[in-house]
Design a protein around this ligand. Structure first.
Ligand code: IMP
Ligand code: MG
Length: 183
């Protein structure tokens, strides 16, 4: 995307959640996550690339012993079966017997996140929990009613960017969550 076009995308976008709203959501989630797994010495995986900003900001709010790693897998095209993951990085940590928390930007259909959960369980994790900054509200979830264990914001079914989410590889750095005009 051209520089000028990228500026126009942000200018014309609708802000669905400003910085203060997003940070308040992350504060809230940190409290709930701490109460839930604060004594489990969890393995926390940032789901790249979208989870980068949310995970970073969440981690500094978690006041307990934990380990951090990352997973990077994307979906092949728009197949909806859970096996269609393309791994961009090798699975690095040993999760056997561990409590795992997967941190991602958004739960859209949930195919990606569910496949990552299944992979951790296959590798012997004792418990796998999920945290997403945004849940996209629609009826197309991979399993009806599928949701993350911890959700920051409920947003409408639009294409959003900012706080780690990209629009054509741009604006992961936008300081709020914005919906692309017309999408
Ligand atoms: P899912 O497998 O349908 O849940 O797709 C999840 C992935 O698609 C997310 O982790 C995002 O990387 C990407 N995605 C889904 N919706 C959006 C959006 O509105 N904006 C940016 N990325 C999105
Ligand atoms: Mg993603």
């Amino acid at each position: 995307m051209q520089y000028d076009q990228a500026l126009k995308v942000l200018e014309e976008a609708d802000c669905l959640a400003d910085r203060a709203t997003v940070e308040a959501a992350i504060d809230r989630m940190a409290g709930v996550i701490t109460a839930s797994i604060g004594k489990k010495k969890p393995m926390i995986f940032c789901v790249m690339n979208g989870g980068l900003i949310f995970c970073g900001q969440l981690l500094t709010r978690l006041p307990f012993p934990l380990e951090v790693g990352y997973l990077h897998a994307t979906r092949y095209g728009h197949e909806t079966s859970g096996g269609d993951l393309e791994w961009k990085a090798l699975f690095q940590a040993d999760v056997e017997g561990r409590t795992v928390l997967l941190v991602d930007d958004i739960l859209d259909e949930g195919v990606t996140l569910k496949a990552l959960v299944d992979e951790c369980l296959t590798r012997g994790a004792k418990k796998v929990l999920t945290a997403v900054l945004v849940n996209k509200q629609h009826e197309r979830k991979v399993v009806p009613g599928y949701c993350a264990d911890f959700t920051g914001l409920e947003l409408p079914d639009r294409f959003v960017f900012g706080y780690g989410l990209d629009y054509e590889d741009m604006w992961r750095n936008a300081p709020g969550i914005y919906a692309v005009k017309g999408l």
